[in-house]
Ligand binder design. Structure first.
Ligand code: SF4
Length: 408
């Protein structure tokens, strides 16, 4: 029964040491932060500025960029300037692999423009070289007063550490399965690297940890272990989550369980974009995960019935989609103009069975005519019938009523 309590209500957020990433707090008492990553060539300044702006406007509170070569490192301060000229104060994180120590040393303007550096301890080199290069990046972070994310990844795990743990396990008669040893290697890689960073002089308030894997059960196991062994702020993410609904379901299942346990200070949903797909989708999914679980409120809720044999057309589904898209598109402006607008509830229902009841519970709701009903759509505002819409402009008229309601 005590375990079932977790299912009944979320556990209190686990205590972590808060880390300031630019102006955004991660961990401590801050709400769970939504972040994302660009997939443009960072050296292509126009494309990267456009994508960072789109991600930030969609609700990404932190945006990560690949910094993989001199051209991209040189572009970072110019991207920062361009974003500032657009009035966008979004913290940028540099994603470094292999030569991060060199790029940061050779491009001090890049080191300064970034709000955080991401280091993957599995690919900064081997043995002494690894420790030296890792140390150089941490020293750079100390010099520029920046936090780092130590981001361990299943696909680039420190092979020396894994081999050592596998051998130890074998010597002890193999009490752990190979999968359990791998999970332990991921956890240890993060903890050992954090310890090294702290011994170099980077305070805990400048370190975020992540340990990304691609399987739901592994992610849950690894993060529960990590959370039990450290109070570092944790970045959650399922790596290579996949395309379309598979990626969304897998990420939501894994992170939903961890968030319910109070684990996780910032999340990124890594979706493989469909060709030509919208990169902001991952931000929307992250927001929807936090919102549907009741942890944060980003956009007004649009309640729509699933439809059934009583609905004569898809008008109500199209209307629900239009209303949701409108609200989402207008949120960057409305959020500042109308504080609390994100708490609004809108209902779009298909017929009179549940339509009026659901509409009365919303701030504003419409019950469209189902099969055999008179072609009239009652609209309810704050629980009272406010109008009856008719004719071919019902959808447009209702959209106008929602906008008027918000403005009033
Ligand atoms: Fe069907 Fe009406 Fe219920 Fe919608 S509200 S699911 S149309 S019965």
């Amino acid at each position: 029964p005590s375990d079932l309590r977790i299912l009944r209500e979320p556990q209190p957020r686990r205590h972590t040491v808060g880390v300031a990433v630019g102006g955004v707090m991660v961990g401590g008492t801050a709400p769970v932060v939504v972040q994302s990553m660009t997939n443009t060539d960072t050296a292509d300044i126009d494309a990267t500025v456009a994508q960072v702006a789109a991600l930030h406007r969609a609700g990404s509170e932190i945006v990560r960029l690949t910094v993989d070569r001199d051209d991209s490192a040189a572009a970072v301060p110019r991207i920062r300037e361009r974003l500032e000229r657009l009035g966008l104060d979004v913290p940028l994180v540099g994603d470094f692999h292999y030569i991060g120590h060199k790029l940061l040393a050779d491009h001090p303007a890049c080191a300064e423009a970034l709000a955080k550096y991401r280091i993957n301890p599995g690919n900064v080199g081997f043995r002494e070289k690894r420790d030296r290069q890792f140390t150089e990046i941490v020293e750079m972070a100390i010099r520029h007063d920046k936090p780092v994310r130590i981001g361990v990844n299943w696909g680039s795990l420190d092979q020396e550490l894994l081999t050592r743990l596998m051998d130890d396990n074998q010597d002890r008669g193999s009490p752990m399965s190979a999968r359990e040893v791998t999970r332990e290697a991921i956890v240890q890689s993060a903890l050992i690297s954090a310890e090294l960073a702290e011994s170099i002089g980077l305070p805990r308030s400048k370190i975020i940890l992540s340990a990304k894997v691609s399987q739901v059960q592994d992610l849950i196991a690894v993060y529960i272990e990590l959370a039990g062994r450290t109070d570092h702020a944790l970045h959650l993410g399922l790596t290579e989550a996949g395309m379309g609904s598979k990626g969304i379901v897998a990420s939501s299942a894994a992170m939903g369980i961890l968030l319910q346990h109070g684990i996780g200070d910032t999340i990124r949903i890594s979706l493989t974009p469909e060709p030509g797909g919208d990169r902001t989708r991952e931000v929307q999914v992250a927001q929807e995960l936090l919102q549907t679980m009741g942890f944060r409120q980003f956009v007004p809720v649009v309640a729509a019935c699933p439809g059934c044999g009583r609905t004569t057309s898809t008008v109500f589904q199209e209307l629900a989609r239009q209303i949701e898209d409108d609200l989402r598109r207008n949120m960057p402006v409305w959020r500042n103009k109308y504080p609390g607008v994100e708490n609004l509830q809108v209902a779009v229902m298909g017929c009179i069975v549940n339509g009026p009841g659901e509409s009365k519970h919303a701030n504003i709701g419409i019950s469209l005519p189902g099969t055999g009903e008179s072609p009239a759509a009652p609209v309810f505002i704050d629980g009272k019938k406010a109008a009856t819409l008719r004719g071919p402009t019902i959808a447009k008229d209702f959209q106008d009523m929602v906008s008027d309601y918000i403005e009033q």
